[in-house]
Ligand binder design. Structure first.
Ligand SMILES: CC(C)(COP(=O)(O)OP(=O)(O)OC[C@H]1O[C@@H](n2cnc3c(N)ncnc32)[C@H](O)[C@@H]1O)[C@@H](O)C(=O)NCCC(=O)NCCS
Ligand SMILES: Nc1ncnc2c1ncn2[C@@H]1O[C@H](COP(=O)(O)OP(=O)(O)OP(=O)(O)O)[C@@H](O)[C@H]1O
Length: 202
């Protein structure tokens, strides 16, 4: 039974490179409306974004005609918990507002998906009914991430150190989507989960 009225709200999360974005698209292909928290942040911080004034006032020099300079702002907040908290105090309420609009927009849908990279890290469990974790063995994750342009072993290690470990995410998941097989296998697993949830929702 949903905590949120008629629809079942799923939270999708997973560590870097586990295939979260790919799996979110597969849910969308099955007709499930998807709210992408990261995309919402990018829009709010992008050219003409609603948060540019507030961010510039708090972090002078961190914005320009192209919106937030993410590298510069990252340098100011990562490694400085107090500064990160000040940024979050600007960003998170605006994301919450967009999430509420999304809920209103899709009020009739039986299942909704929130794609939230930092779901466990930021207490997102309370905002969803069930958590779906995307996961694969560490070796596959490593190979995928190190294959990305600009990624280094050090940067990968640092990002991992900021994230709840995959084993803990798996342990706290209501549903697991394994992405170590083919894309077709993953798609089948997503389809089966959606069907299962549609059957058992009420
Ligand atoms: C500082 C910003 C501009 C840097 O952007 P950039 O594109 O360089 O990095 P990206 O967002 O991809 O994050 C890089 C890594 O840091 C982690 N990270 C990002 N924000 C946070 C945070 N608030 N707390 C802990 N880790 C974080 C991400 O999970 C990722 O692994 C951006 O991360 C930001 O605005 N963060 C604060 C807003 C936030 O909490 N976003 C998270 C999703 S709602
Ligand atoms: N079975 C599979 N399921 C999902 N992704 C797969 C699979 N096999 C290979 N991949 C590939 O792994 C990569 C996963 O990248 P994706 O952007 O989806 O990960 P992510 O978890 O969202 O990453 P990040 O947290 O870094 O944004 C993609 O290039 C995808 O094509």
């Amino acid at each position: 039974m949903s905590k949120f009225g008629k629809h079942l709200i799923l939270g999708l999360t997973g560590s870097i490179g586990m295939g979260k974005s790919t799996v979110a698209r597969m849910f969308a292909d099955e007709g499930v409306p998807v709210f992408d928290a990261d995309a919402a942040v990018h829009r709010l911080q992008g050219p003409g974004g609603a948060l540019l004034g507030a961010i510039e006032a708090e972090f002078p020099g961190s914005t320009g005609p192209d919106g937030v300079d993410r590298v510069k702002l990252g340098e100011l907040v990562f490694g400085d918990p107090e500064a990160l908290a000040r940024l979050e105090a600007i960003v998170h309420p605006a994301v919450a507002e967009l999430r509420s609009e999304f809920l209103l927009e899709h009020a009739g849908a039986p299942i909704l998906l929130f794609d939230i990279p930092l779901l466990f890290e930021k207490g997102g469990e309370s905002r969803v009914d069930q958590v779906v974790v995307v996961s694969a063995p560490a070796e596959i994750q490593r190979r995928r991430v190190l294959g990305r342009p600009g990624m280094t072993a050090d940067k990968f290690a640092h990002i991992l150190s900021l994230q709840v470990p995959d084993a803990e995410k798996r342990a706290r998941a209501d549903h697991l989507i394994d992405t170590s097989g083919s894309l077709d296998e993953t798609r089948r697993a997503v389809r089966e989960l959606v069907k299962h949830l549609e059957r058992t929702r009420t």
